[in-house]
Design a protein around this ligand. Structure first.
Ligand SMILES: Cc1cc2nc3c(=O)[nH]c(=O)nc-3n(C[C@H](O)[C@H](O)[C@H](O)COP(=O)(O)OP(=O)(O)OC[C@H]3O[C@@H](n4cnc5c(N)ncnc54)[C@H](O)[C@@H]3O)c2cc1C
Length: 404
């Protein structure tokens, strides 16, 4: 009999898992709280093993076709004068500007297109309760629908509903790294050509990058703070908080703040990590940011989500219906990789928003030195080791139809 898996969350981890499971012969339902695929978000990076998974699951071409094609970034001063520059082709395409960099919303669209005809997508709905019996998970949705599934996977992000229902409140698992970021689309008024600009003042930073063939730009503003400083349902108060803390900034920030008021794809969240002692309970498991968010400062949230989905689907299929074995193997294969990535994310967070003019100057010197160091610097070599720190199992023998 076909195994039926319910996945909560239609962003990155959920649809990649759906795609893998469908290719192994599962029936898949994906439930998403938003009324449609959510737009928004900055560019996310796919590095090392994430790129390899995309090749193995035949999504490489589609994802590459939607890349931002950002060539690099400049750190600028208040007069827009370049102080340091990093190029995308440094570090084999896995450096600070990754070779595969794609707007989160665009990546979600590619993944949705690849799965929408084979999986059952339920938008504007969410799980309100899950009851586990001997051989099923019985799920009640907010729409009133009740259904039973063999497996339920929470791929519903940092503020996961499945995690709250099954493992307890968010406060137990979500750890803030001390700053908040707002992201939104703006006109490309600086005529940036596949380029990104970053500007830093003590305790706050702003950036603008051109997107969609330079027709538009994406703005990012970061400030110090944590989840207790705002209400995650109240967009107006989030915008007000950003304005209050960055209203004094120079450069393009006053213009960005004006644009922010009219932005309809405004996304705001804390820079946080999720630490959990285990990622499963019975027939239910967590995946992606819901289980092990490494924070945007690691640059690896999307790669972890893609790799985790590939491994979870492979292990579920190899265990042939024994979900306990599958979940244990998934965790064993992923755990060290996740721990090292989270450490990198926490370390990076310490330096991301300098607190004084002196540390801003130091940051600029470090960026300037990076391209000229002989070979790869020690720091970058360590970063690349972390990024590539997992062996990907080969699950080709499980495919219903061999890939070409
Ligand atoms: C709108 C948005 C913008 C983002 N922007 C950035 C960014 O700029 N930089 C960055 O590094 N990371 C960003 N992220 C996070 C990034 O996508 C993840 O770190 C990474 O790709 C892992 O993805 P994920 O699928 O595990 O989680 P997410 O991408 O967070 O996706 C979770 C999905 O679950 C849905 N969901 C939430 N709760 C429920 C529920 N109770 N029931 C059903 N569905 C639910 C959400 O609407 C979302 O579609 C963003 C996420 C979102 C949702």
């Amino acid at each position: 009999m076909t195994t039926h898996v319910l996945i909560s969350g239609a962003s990155i981890a959920g649809p990649v898992l759906a795609h893998c499971l469908l290719s192994y012969g599962y029936a898949v339902t994906v439930v998403e709280k938003a009324p449609q695929l959510r737009p928004g978000g900055q560019a996310v990076d796919i590095r090392g093993p994430g790129k390899e998974v995309l090749r193995r699951i035949d999504l490489d071409t589609q994802v590459r076709a939607s890349r931002t094609q950002t060539q690099g970034m400049s750190l600028v001063d208040k007069d827009n004068k370049e102080r340091a520059q990093l190029r995308a082709d440094m570090f084999d395409g896995d450096g600070p500007i990754a070779e595969i960099e794609i707007l989160r919303g665009d990546l979600a669209s590619v993944l949705y297109e690849a799965t929408k005809d084979r999986a059952d997508y339920l938008f504007d709905d969410q799980i309100v309760s899950i009851e586990q019996t001997q051989d099923k998970a019985v799920v009640l949705f907010s729409s009133g629908r009740r259904d039973s599934f063999d497996i339920v996977i929470g791929a519903d992000g940092l503020h996961s509903g499945v995690r709250s229902l099954v493992f307890g409140p968010e406060q137990r698992y979500v750890h803030d790294l001390g700053f908040l970021t707002g992201l939104f689309t703006v006109p490309n008024h600086l005529k940036l050509d596949s380029w990104m600009l970053g500007y830093v003042e003590p305790n706050c930073s702003a950036g603008i990058r051109s997107i969609r063939n330079n027709h538009e730009a994406m703005a990012a503003i970061s400030i110090r703070g944590d989840r207790s400083d705002y209400d995650h349902r109240d967009v107006a108060s989030q915008k007000a908080l950003l304005r209050k803390q960055t209203g004094h900034m120079a450069w393009e920030v006053p213009w960005l703040l004006d644009q922010m008021d009219g932005a309809d794809d405004f996304y705001f969240d804390s820079c946080s990590q999720v630490h959990m002692p285990t990622w499963s309970a019975g027939r239910i498991a967590l995946l992606g940011d819901a289980a092990f968010c490494p924070s945007p400062t690691s640059g690896q949230g999307t790669t972890l989500a893609i790799v985790g989905a590939y491994i979870l689907a492979g292990e579920l299929t190899r265990a042939d219906g024994n979900h306990a074995t599958a979940f244990a193997r998934y965790e064993t294969r992923m755990r060290d990789y996740v721990t090292a990535t989270q450490k990198m994310g926490a370390d990076n967070a310490k330096h991301l928003i300098p607190q004084s003019h002196f540390t801003i100057w130091l940051q600029q010197q470090m960026f300037r030195a990076l391209p000229h160091l002989p070979g790869k610097s020690l720091m970058m070599r360590k970063t690349l080791r972390t990024i590539n720190g997992i062996d990907l199992p080969d699950y080709r023998e499980l495919l219903l139809e061999p890939r070409t």
